[in-house]
Ligand binder design. Structure first.
Ligand code: C2E
Ligand code: MG
Ligand code: MG
Length: 702
């Protein structure tokens, strides 16, 4: 045999053994794929072939003379390796070959398949040879396989077919989704799963995509083994060989029936009212669009019926929501029962329902008649007694009808708005009734909308101005004026407040407008204060209830007085009785606060409201203003005269001043003086006039 070849002590050799050694040495050296190392009993390296250099990173020069344990054995393996080496040297036997991971010079693990042998030559120290084949590539391939196998058994169904679409392999999820076991599926053509829902063109397009882009994905309906057709999301990829020829197809799919169900539910939620299961507003608008198109094409008429339950809120408030819901469900089913096949009943929200009659023929009058008769049917059906649990309930409905079709509306929702307006008319007309939308009504609404826009614009453009109407005493003395706002409309000229104040109140524009009036009036008072002709004059300013109810009204006015320097004692706020409707305590507190600063209060239009005397008594008023309505016929109408008398007496008893407005004649003035009213305002003295005119008037009077 041979001796441990390369150690320095065994270099000198002769004859045949030398040649044999040389041969083995060459063989060992050239064993490219196999690392061969030789060790002495204590682990000293005595041989290290070229492959060892590659696999473990140490050159022979570095390794030889070093110790096995220090070089390539990872720390945690030292003890067992030491034991195994000792055992081999003692018994002269080899431990069985095994896979282990040794250590490269740079520290990374090297998976190897390692076999060992101990060679003993008499007279020489025994040497243990280790023969390690590098398993890195194999280990990686094994890893890849394991990963692929795990991936294949994923949650998604997978199948692999050959180029002819014959199934070669399927995974567990495939079986779970399709119902076919691997045994049943393998060997079958993939059309086994086809549901018949797609035509040849569909499959051709799919093939085309795969041919061109290498894959296809999309939604497809397949059939399970039990016959059930289900939707799946499928990706098919072609596997090509090195020549670019398709060898296999890999299909990955997931069952999306659950997602489809969820989608359907979402759709139901989006288009139907969950309580009554009637179509909702969105659905209705969609149908209306179709109905419009239909009517336009056939030059015909359709109708919308807006149905609103009367006093539904009362039921909700008194009997509770459960009863309310119950009623709504019953109403929904009664409405549905009144419908013809093509009509739509929708619930817009709370107690509002809409019936869409899609086509009622070409003649407008006939269409209107038909719509009314459906409306009557509904009204009748909804006014029958309802049984809500153990209760009997009576309810009625107000119905507004709008026809559509003659001309194309501006928006799809337009007829809906019209029907709603008509419904409000029905409510105003006493409920449980039907009203048609008519163009006159529309004109008013349009004009109002236009006016509202103009009003906003007017505030920006400062188109408002104040007129002043004199307030005088019976001996002809001018005490001041009432400031009355005017709108200098660019097209319409001077617009009366009677026309725009109510709208300003509805829209909240009264707040900025009222503030502007107060600012202008206070600035005017401050100017007058510096002019002897006018310094004694007071200004009465109308304050809307909405404006006065604002939390910041008092601080804002105080700030304004301070800013302008106007004397609060010359400012008189005209309030109307409507201010007392809500929260008289808060009103009283505000009035008291302002009064403490010197601001005065007059109760405008007195006698037209419903204020209770006990309230009135608590208010820190200064003056009552007899409404012009009583003054007008004071000489002829004994009732009006009696009321005027009563107001004067009331003012006297409460220690308040009194003034009459709307005084147009000498006779009226004299009558008022006769009953004890000595302050007046009216055309008899002066109309409301512009500032310059008023100042002239004041100078003449003075
Ligand atoms: P009001 O406060 O009762 O004002 C008196 C109204 O009677 C004024 O109408 C005035 O022009 C009119 N008038 C005065 N004397 C006579 C007369 O002898 N005969 C007749 N037939 N009418 C007379 P105007 O200016 O059209 O104002 C109407 C209402 O608009 C006011 O009634 C008041 O409620 C409201 N208003 C006017 N300016 C303002 C304001 O700045 N703010 C608020 N919130 N409302 C205002
Ligand atoms: Mg007034
Ligand atoms: Mg008045």
């Amino acid at each position: 045999m041979f001796t441990a070849p390369l150690t320095a002590s065994t270099r000198a050799q002769t004859g045949a053994s030398k040649i044999a050694n040389w041969r083995f040495q060459k063989l060992f050296e050239d064993a490219d794929a196999m690392s061969i190392q030789g060790y002495l009993r204590d682990g000293t390296v005595v041989y290290w072939n070229r492959a060892s250099e590659t696999i473990y990173g140490y050159s022979a020069a570095e390794a030889i003379g070093g110790n096995l344990l220090d070089l390539i054995i990872p720390a945690e393996m030292r003890a067992p390796v030491e034991g195994a080496v000792r055992w081999m040297f003692e018994t002269g036997q080899a431990i069985p070959p095994s896979r282990m991971t040794l250590r490269h010079k740079d520290g990374h693990g090297v998976p190897v398949y390692s076999s060992h042998t101990v060679v003993s030559i008499p007279g020489q120290p025994p040497v243990m040879f280790c023969m390690d084949s590098d398993m890195s590539a194999l280990a990686k391939a094994e890893d890849d396989l394991r990963i692929a196998a795990t991936a294949f058994e994923s949650q998604q169904g997978m199948s692999i077919t050959n180029a002819d679409s014959v199934i070669l392999r399927v995974n567990l999820a495939f079986t779970q989704i399709t119902g076919y076991s691997a045994v049943e599926a393998v060997g079958q053509h993939s059309r086994l799963l086809a549901s018949g829902s797609h035509d040849a063109a569909f499959y051709n397009a799919m093939k085309e995509d795969i041919a061109q882009q290498g894959s296809w994905q999309g939604e497809i309906w397949n059939r399970r083994k039990n016959g059930e057709v289900y939707p799946e999301w499928l990706t098919v990829s072609a596997v090509k060989d090195t020549n670019g020829l398709v060898t296999h197809y890999v299909s990955i799919f997931s069952d999306i029936s659950a997602r489809k169900v969820a989608e359907d539910q979402i759709k139901a939620l989006a288009f139907y009212d969950p309580l009554t299961r009637l179509p909702n507003r969105r659905f209705l608008l969609d149908r209306m669009e179709q109905a419009h198109a239909n009517c336009a094409r056939r030059a015909g008429q359709g109708a919308l019926l807006f149905v609103d339950l009367d006093n539904f809120k009362t039921l909700n408030d008194t009997a509770g929501y459960v009863q309310g819901d119950l009623l709504l469900e019953l109403v929904a089913s009664r409405l549905s029962a009144c419908m013809r096949e093509n009509d739509t009943v929708a619930r817009l929200g709370s107690d509002e329902f809409v019936v869409l009659l899609e086509y009622l023929g070409e003649n407008e009058l006939d269409a209107a008649k038909e719509a009314r008769s459906v409306g009557e049917k509904i009204r009748h059906a909804l006014s029958q007694t309802y049984t809500l649990g153990v209760f009997e309930h009576h309810s009625t409905a107000s119905i507004g009808i709008a026809l559509f079709g003659a001309e194309q509306p501006e928006t799809t929702a337009e007829p809906l708005k019209r029907a709603e307006l008509a419904m409000y008319q029905a409510k105003t007309a006493g409920r449980n009734t039907i009203r048609f939308f008519d163009p006159q009504m529309q004109a008013e609404v349009t004009q109002r909308a236009g006016l509202e826009n103009d009003l906003r614009e007017a505030l920006n453009q400062q188109q408002f101005l104040l007129y002043y109407q004199a307030q005088v005493t019976s001996d002809g003395r001018l005490t001041g004026a009432e400031a009355l706002v005017r709108w200098q409309h660019p097209q319409r000229g001077l617009v009366s407040p009677a026309e725009f104040i109510p709208l300003a109140e509805d829209t909240g524009l009264i707040l900025p407008l009222g503030q502007w009036v107060l600012e202008t009036a206070c600035a005017q008072l401050a100017k007058w204060a510096a002019q002897p002709d006018f310094s004694h004059l007071t200004l009465a300013v109308n304050v809307s209830a909405k404006q006065f109810r604002e939390d910041k009204f008092v601080p804002q006015l105080m700030d304004l007085l301070a800013r302008t320097g106007a004397n609060p004692k010359r400012l008189k706020l005209e309030l109307t009785e409507s201010i007392l409707v809500n929260d008289a305590d808060a009103v009283t507190a505000k009035m008291t606060a302002l009064k403490a600063c010197g601001v005065g209060f007059s109760l405008d239009d007195f006698g037209t409201g419903y204020s209770s005397l006990s309230y009135l008594k608590r208010l820190p008023l200064d003056q009552l203003k007899i409404d012009q309505g009583f003054v007008k016929n004071i000489l002829t109408d004994t009732n009006d005269a009696a009321i005027a008398r009563m107001v004067v007496a009331l003012a006297d008893s409460m220690g308040l001043a009194v003034i009459a407005e709307g005084v147009e004649t000498q006779a009226q003035k004299e009558f008022l003086a006769h009953i004890g009213c000595h302050a007046y305002q009216g055309y008899f003295f002066s109309r409301p006039i512009a500032l310059a005119d008023f100042e002239k008037f004041a100078q003449q009077e003075h």
